[in-house]
Design a protein around this ligand. Structure first.
Ligand code: SAM
Length: 274
């Protein structure tokens, strides 16, 4: 299904305006393959017909679905294990010590995709930090893509998904079989509040955050958007709070008010003390 250049440009601008995701020149194949299922579902004969329908109407559900189809939702349980080792060994022990007076911790998983990331964090908290069950732990997980967000809320994962990174003892302890799939326990599910947040638009009012997980999403944005998002994170982080990025991401040369925390092999950052 070939995509004429003018149609590619239209989709590229739509996606950029609505999500900040940058589609490089060579991404025509991606647009063609991701929009294929929408063509079929909506009964359009070609991508040009779909783009004509988008052009002729104000922004509505079809536009939203096109934008969301161009998000990449790759994720897995305990993705980049050293990050979770650092949470276990350094970050949560440090927060438990520093927050022991008001006994509140706020966490935000800012591009949580289908939920494996926030559920991995929630299982760590349950397993290794039982003291927190008497604290107020607000754990917000959000994404732009409504489909993955809804899957995350359901907490139902395929065999293939639980095979990717989830240790067997945690599968046995926190999941039960649902048909051929696995359902995460209500206890873990209730620890997380899922909501729709577009990082490229206005953010809702968040409580001051102890940890912001923004892993593997900044890579899709241009430098100006990354800079603006990092600035907003600085404003919602509590003093001493942590920003966690993906292993291919950095604040370096984008926002010099962050400094890297010296944990081995993991991209954790804090706002520099002034
Ligand atoms: C590659 S996944 C990363 C998932 C998870 N953080 C991880 O590291 O495994 C990137 C996620 O970012 C989301 N995303 C892309 N643009 C976004 C935006 N403007 N606002 C919020 N989420 C966005 C996508 O929908 C996708 O689920």
């Amino acid at each position: 299904m070939m995509l004429p250049n003018a149609d590619f440009e239209y989709v590229r601008k739509l996606v950029r305006d609505r999500s900040a995701i940058v589609l490089d020149d060579g991404k025509t194949y991606l647009v063609e393959s991701r929009l294929g299922p929408i063509l079929q579902r909506e009964g359009f004969a070609s991508l040009t017909e779909l783009v004509a329908a988008l052009r002729s109407a104000p922004y509505h559900d079809l536009h939203r679905r096109v934008v969301e189809a161009l998000t990449t939702n790759e994720t897995s349980f305990f993705r980049d294990m050293p990050t979770f080792d650092a949470l276990n060994l350094h970050v949560f022990p440090d927060l438990i010590q520093r927050r022991s007076v008001d006994r509140q911790i706020n966490l935000w998983c800012a591009a949580s995709s289908s939920g494996q990331e926030p559920y991995s964090i929630a299982m760590i908290l349950r397993e290794n930090f039982p003291i927190l069950s008497t604290w107020v732990v607000r754990h917000i997980a959000s994404d732009l893509n409504m489909d993955v967000l809804s899957k995350a809320k359901d907490g139902v994962f395929s065999q293939l998904e639980v095979n990717r990174g989830l240790p067997a003892p945690l599968l046995v302890k926190y999941f039960k079989k649902r048909g051929v799939d696995w359902q995460i326990s209500d206890d873990i599910r209730r620890m997380i509040h899922f909501s729709h947040v577009n990082l490229a638009a206005d953010w809702p009012q968040f409580p001051p955050m102890d940890v912001v997980f923004m892993r593997n999403v900044l890579i899709y944005f241009d430098v100006a958007t990354k800079r603006s998002i990092l600035g907003k994170i600085r404003r919602i982080l509590r003093p001493g709070g942590y920003l966690v990025l993906g292993s291919a991401e950095t604040t370096l040369n984008i926002d010099d008010k962050f400094e890297r925390v010296a944990f081995p092999r993991v991209p954790f950052y804090r706002v520099k003390k002034t």
